[in-house]
Design a protein around this ligand. Structure first.
Ligand code: MN
Length: 261
């Protein structure tokens, strides 16, 4: 029996609770988990989260940056990952945070500086644990017999089964054109418009006031760190559960307008 790639978890049939971009918003993550029926106990470094029977959490990535409690978000994700009760894909912020953790000289714009400051309070062992956690994250997850895909910025169906550089880049950053817009951000094509409906693709990355559902693709980043909501999609129920942000933690670098499709 050959080893399978980390992204191929088609044997896991759920049910799942898929959580959008958390970005250091641990207060809202705890509230969302409780609303989803998870029992959360945080006591310093000791974290235990007990899911409702049979359910599993899946993070769309971007656990870090902008919010006030990135280390606690990592504590929750790492404890659940160790316990086998959560899966997580890598987001672009996680990728850059992990490069910073490994000593790379990266720019600390877009909220990374907040994580850097918060991590200064954490012990070297915690840094090492986080490095190991990020190094093990898959570029996307293929779940539920192939019916469900979770990728931070989305994925095209014909990329399934691959994890080359082009696929990894798409999963982290989306369908970028190489151009930048008037705010200095990458111009993105909306790949979801061409999706033919199967499998379901659940992603985050582009914050909008409401969940964007089109052709059985679901963008569940509702901008919690910008004062929006933290949202989960329950699978296979396709039911949305969300909690409002307690406040605006970070001002968007460009207007958070609802996207028209
Ligand atoms: Mn994000």
């Amino acid at each position: 029996m050959g080893s399978r790639p980390s992204f191929d978890r088609r044997e896991l049939v759920g049910p799942f609770d898929i959580v959008g971009d958390v970005h250091g918003c641990a207060d809202e993550l705890e509230l969302l988990l409780e609303k989803l029926g998870y029992d959360v106990a945080l006591d310093g470094d000791r974290v235990s989260v007990t899911p409702p029977a049979g359910r599993m959490l899946v993070f769309v990535g971007d656990l870090t940056d902008r919010g006030p409690r990135t280390p606690d978000v990592l504590r929750i994700a790492m404890a659940m990952s160790d316990a086998g009760t959560a899966l997580c894909v890598e987001g672009n912020h996680d990728n850059k945070f992990a490069r910073w953790l490994s000593g790379a000289n990266v720019k600390t714009a877009h909220g990374l500086q907040m994580s850097v400051d918060q991590m200064a309070e954490e012990a070297p062992a915690f840094h090492a644990r986080a490095r190991k956690f990020f190094a093990g994250l898959p570029p996307y997850l293929w779940l539920d017999g192939g019916k469900l895909v979770v990728a931070h910025a989305g994925l095209k169906e014909d990329m399934l089964g691959r994890s080359d550089g082009k696929v990894r880049s798409f999963a982290l950053y989306g369908d970028t054109t190489g151009e930048t817009d008037g705010f200095g951000f990458p111009v993105r094509r909306n790949w979801a418009l061409e999706h033919d409906g199967e499998p379901a693709i659940v992603y985050g990355h582009v914050a909008a006031p409401e969940v964007q559902a089109v052709n059985n693709t679901w963008c569940i980043d509702t901008g919690c760190c910008f004062g929006g909501h933290l949202t989960a999609l329950r699978w296979p129920e396709k039911e949305l559960v969300s909690v409002p942000a307690a406040r605006v933690y970070y001002s968007p670098d460009k207007p958070l307008a609802d996207r028209t499709r």
